[in-house]
Design a protein around this ligand. Structure first.
Ligand code: SF4
Length: 280
């Protein structure tokens, strides 16, 4: 997408969650033998809703069966490129049925109006709390950008096995990166809402609005700067938690990992390292 070195929310967040997983994926670029069914379901629902939003933007709304097809096409594409790992008691059929019902839940909502952009890609500078610009910019892809009551509004679509708590939205760096992206691109301060499609027995949609201010943007820059220092210092270590590890594709290399092994980036410059990590 963007050829120059850059950060993204997912790369920063991956380092914060597990620096070793970050190292395996973005520095060593180890192949991922499997991909979790939850990820495939999420990206396929996402693809179908992108088709929906684009059709609304063109004022030619598509029917539900077209969206079901988009979901299935995306699922099959992932299936042909990788091995999907299912949780115990989970199956392909269950996931496909669940994906379709999540799309149906979304379609029951009033359709978004005044769509400004769908899947809007932006590359933008980040500043720390001292107001200093960082050398490496960030990229963001906003799922849906609309104008509500004269203000730009960002909608971030999620699929989740459980309802979100408000702290997950308040504390997340993702809305902060989006607000920064819109500010630097459009010169306007945007609101953010997480639209969470929850995969409960009876699927539901949770809407969680959140706001960010100047200090949040500075904190994002401070965190990215701290992550850059961690990479410079080759601070790549495992962070074992059930949440991190249950879906990790690198469980085997993680078991074999030794701290004394020299990192591949041991002889590289900062610029080279950023180029390595930025393929996200
Ligand atoms: S298995 Fe867990 S600790 Fe090891 S790399 Fe994966 S997420 Fe990190």
């Amino acid at each position: 997408m963007f050829n120059r070195p850059h950060w993204s929310y997912s790369s920063v967040n991956q380092y914060l969650r597990c620096p070793l997983q970050f190292y395996f994926q973005r520095i060593l670029r180890l192949p991922q033998p499997t991909v979790g069914s939850g990820l495939v379901l999420g990206s396929s629902v996402h693809k179908a809703l992108e088709v929906y939003h684009r059709s609304l933007q063109k004022q030619k709304p598509v029917k539900a069966d077209r969206l079901h097809r988009a979901f299935l096409d995306s699922w099959k594409e992932r299936e042909s490129n990788s091995t999907i790992e299912f949780r115990k008691g989970d199956s392909r059929e269950d996931n496909i049925a669940q994906g379709i019902s999540l799309i149906e839940v979304y379609l029951k909502e009033p359709p978004p109006e005044s769509i400004v952009a769908v899947e809007k890609e932006m590359i933008f500078p980040i500043r720390n709390s001292l107001g200093e610009y960082l050398e490496t910019p960030m990229v963001a892809i906003v799922d849906l950008l609309t104008r509500e009551h004269g203000r730009l509004a960002i909608t971030e679509l999620k699929t989740s096995g459980r309802s979100y708590g408000s702290f997950e939205v308040e504390d997340s760096l993702q809305p902060t990166s989006y607000v920064t992206a819109v500010w630097e691109t459009f010169g306007e301060w945007a609101t953010v809402e997480f639209a969470v499609l929850v995969k409960t027995k009876t699927p539901k949609l949770q809407r969680l609005p959140t706001v960010r201010d100047e200090s949040d943007l500075g904190r994002l820059g401070d965190i990215v700067q701290a992550v850059e220092r961690g990479i410079e210092a080759q601070a790549f270590y495992p962070n074992r938690t059930p949440l991190n590890c249950s879906t990790c594709a690198y469980r085997e290399p993680c078991e074999n990992w030794k701290a004394s092994k020299r990192s591949r980036c041991g002889d590289t410059t900062h610029g080279q390292r950023m180029a390595e990590v930025s393929q996200c």
